[in-house]
Design a protein around this ligand. Structure first.
Ligand code: IYR
Length: 223
């Protein structure tokens, strides 16, 4: 495919020796298996440089037609975080009071989540991820973006991986509906909120649900 690109350029990354590749993959697997979604954050500051690098790493994600249809809004301002928390909790109260429905509430019960979202003000950073459903042309027209959900989902996965490798904790938070985020943050109408990701260190007394991950042989089919 790339062979027939309009302007192909050489790509010849050095190969790793097998033992080095095996060691790196195993080390990263151990690191990633230790990742947990954190809802109890310390207010301690984290190095901004780490968060900026993690966002830059997320932005290396592959995307439909290489349109890179994402915007990351990095929120540290405590007042903006408080406004986001208030608006998110207002929506979540309606959700937990019945909008989600019995089956959904039952599925969430093991996690113990509720409409209280202290992580939105405790964590020193919120990364609000927006997907660009389309782009504006120079002449004021619009240009459709392709595979936006997939592209932004991959970028968020890479963001979470980068944060974990750098020793930071995060949560993939999806208040619903999320329209308030675009309004609060003054985003243009081609952008749709995708997730709110609090980032920081876990609180000293942080606890998480006692979850088990599916073992490899349950998620892998080899043919
Ligand atoms: N958005 C709500 C509810 C929620 C939904 C799912 I699916 C979760 O895995 C966790 C929570 C909330 O953030 O509480």
């Amino acid at each position: 495919m790339g062979r027939k690109a309009e302007h192909p350029v050489p790509y010849r990354p050095a190969r790793l020796p097998d033992d080095e590749a095996v060691a790196r993959a195993a080390a990263l697997r151990r690191r990633m298996e230790a990742r947990r979604s954190v809802r109890m954050f310390s207010p301690d500051p984290v190095p901004e440089r780490v968060v900026l690098d993690a966002i830059a790493i997320a932005s290396t994600a592959p995307s439909g037609a290489h349109q890179q249809p994402w915007t990351f809004v990095l929120v540290s301002d405590p007042q903006v975080r408080r406004r986001i928390r208030e608006a998110a909790e207002a929506e979540e109260r309606i959700s937990y009071d019945g909008r989600l429905g019995d089956a959904w509430l039952a599925a969430l019960r093991p996690l113990g989540t509720d409409a209280d979202k202290p992580h939105l003000t405790d964590a020193p950073y919120l990364i609000v991820v927006f997907q660009q459903r389309f782009a504006f042309d120079d002449d004021g027209g619009v240009r459709k973006h392709y595979y936006v959900d997939e592209s932004v989902g991959i970028a968020v996965g890479m963001l979470l991986t980068a944060l974990q490798v750098a020793g930071l904790a995060a949560l993939t938070h999806t208040p619903s509906p999320m329209r308030f985020l675009g309004e609060l943050l003054g985003r243009p109408r081609n952008e749709k909120a995708f997730a709110v990701i609090p980032v920081g260190y876990p609180a000293d007394d942080c606890v998480v649900p006692d979850l088990r991950r599916k073992p490899l042989d349950e998620v892998l089919v080899r043919i």
